[in-house]
Design a protein around this ligand. Structure first.
Ligand SMILES: Nc1ncnc2c1ncn2[C@@H]1O[C@H](COP(=O)(O)OP(=O)(O)O)[C@@H](O)[C@H]1O
Ligand SMILES: [Mg+2]
Length: 240
């Protein structure tokens, strides 16, 4: 069953089409990998879907609701959440306080929001650091916190924008495990990531952007052999 349907989405900045006539259908429960060179339009695509930008053209349906042009808070309540490539945290607040902000999107009851916040912190592995000031957390913890905040809004579809950038090998493996655990909870994911091994190991389907256009959409096995994708993004190492 389809959870997201994007039709002919176009977002222009002046004369630059950062997202250029992109259509995409995502099924419930899938993990979609979204790849492409820097400036390909991946973040702009997320910004359009989540209401941070209003596209000039196109239509987005989420869970059967037309959400094009809606404000971010309304879209979030429909169950579409995202993380930010540049983490957006409240540095002067404790870890748990950052997460409970997300939980208040679903409930006005503080006890319930607190309970859910603790559950999420255990799930994402941040529970031990729940009282730490966010300004003191490591990069890997910041990335987990970004995911925790989004999970607190109880999304049906979660979009991760380079949630693993800057992580070392061990942290990357842990992040992959977390993404799989999120999927196992029934949450659909769209994952923007540059490390191909990560994309290959988690995605059912990979979508490739280049200069705002969707240039390919296929299984990971076929994507790495696609000449257009190799030319635009993967380059030499994947020729073999
Ligand atoms: N707010 C903005 N104003 C003007 N140009 C922008 C803005 N946001 C992104 N762009 C441009 O749109 C293109 C796509 O950017 P972006 O979506 O960030 O790509 P990606 O996330 O794939 O690296 C780039 O050329 C970028 O400079
Ligand atoms: Mg980006």
């Amino acid at each position: 069953m389809e959870i997201l349907n994007v039709k002919n989405l176009t977002m222009k900045f002046g004369s630059l089409a950062a997202v250029d006539d992109v259509s995409l259908s995502v099924r419930k429960g899938e993990i979609i990998g979204l790849i492409g060179p820097n400036g390909a339009g991946k973040t702009t695509f997320f910004n359009c879907l989540t209401g941070y930008l209003t596209p000039q053209n196109g239509a987005v349906q989420f869970d059967g609701h037309p959400i094009t042009g809606m404000r971010p808070n309304r879209i979030c309540r429909f169950g579409l959440a995202r993380t930010f490539q540049i983490v957006q945290v409240f540095r002067e607040m404790a870890t748990w306080e950052n997460v409970i902000v997300g939980a208040f999107c679903r409930t006005a009851n503080s006890a319930e929001a607190y309970r859910e916040t603790m559950e999420i912190l255990k799930f994402t592995g941040l529970y031990e650091k729940k009282d730490s000031l966010v300004g003191n957390l490591t990069i890997a913890d910041h990335k987990r916190l970004e995911i925790s905040k989004a999970l607190a809004t109880k999304p049906h579809l979660l979009m991760l924008d380079e949630a693993m950038a800057g992580l070392n090998a061990t942290e990357t493996i842990e992040a992959i495990e977390l993404i799989k655990k999120i999927r196992d909870r029934g949450i659909t994911l769209i994952v923007v990531e540059h490390v191909m091994e990560v994309i290959m190991s988690i995605s059912e389907k990979v979508v490739v952007f280049d200069s705002g256009k969707k240039i390919a959409e296929d299984t990971p096995e076929k994507i790495v052999k696609n000449p257009r994708v190799i030319e635009a993004y993967l380059g030499g190492p994947y020729h073999a």
